[in-house]
Design a binder for this molecule. Structure first.
Ligand SMILES: C[S@@+](CC[C@H](N)C(=O)[O-])C[C@H]1O[C@@H](n2cnc3c(N)ncnc32)[C@H](O)[C@@H]1O
Length: 178
């Protein structure tokens, strides 16, 4: 597939180095990490149906991002669900994050303490295993508790079932490629 034809934004607009994955009806990345591509696996027509408003410019699977390697400085995901860090020894997603990251890219994950796709404990273990598998530190892990109602006042986060949710943690991964 010719990516330049299929997704011209990813290749032409090289000054945009931030991307939000699994954004659903939201646009957290556009607000807090401008300028930012907003993506989700759902098609735009499906999102037109389920969202009052949505901001997705490109529909794509977070595990198969249609762009060249070494592309992004900040990769953001809020409440990842249906993709993420659930399965032990499944490194598809981490491999893709590593591929599209620039050296020292930040991967920012807002999540709850019960989201099985991305609790801090789970992500920490996956990163440890992934680094061991590659015998090098591909990602550094850190996290902090947040008060999303205060820190991101006025921004609404949603579950897959369109219920409001309030992330309790901000996980920060640093990608090291040197
Ligand atoms: C729990 S919702 C979170 C939506 C939004 N980020 C928020 O916090 O309000 C999870 C979103 O991930 C999307 N999703 C599920 N699997 C995905 C995948 N493999 N790649 C990209 N997005 C995916 C869903 O379509 C849904 O919009």
């Amino acid at each position: 597939m010719n990516l330049a034809e299929y997704h011209p934004l990813f290749t032409d607009n090289l000054q945009v180095v931030n991307i939000e994955l699994g954004a659903g009806c939201g646009n957290f990345g556009q607000i807090y990490y401008p300028e930012c591509f907003i993506t989700d696996m759902e098609t735009k027509s499906k999102l037109d149906e389920i969202c009052t408003n949505h901001f997705v410019t490109i529909s794509c699977d977070a595990r198969n991002i249609p762009c060249e390697s070494n592309r992004f400085k900040n990769i953001i995901m809020c409440n990842p669900y249906g993709y993420g860090f659930k399965d032990r020894r499944d490194y598809t997603f981490l491999n893709e994050l590593y591929r599209v990251s620039l050296n020292e890219a930040n991967i920012i994950i807002l999540t709850s303490g019960v989201n099985r796709f991305a609790t801090p404990d789970k992500v920490k273990i996956r990163i440890k295993d992934y680094n061991l598998e590659h015998s090098t530190t591909r990602f550094m892990f850190d996290y902090q508790e947040i008060d999303s109602e205060k820190d991101y006042e006025g921004y609404n986060f949603f579950t897959t079932n369109r219920r409001k949710t309030f992330p309790k943690f901000k996980i920060a991964l640093k990608c090291l490629k040197a």
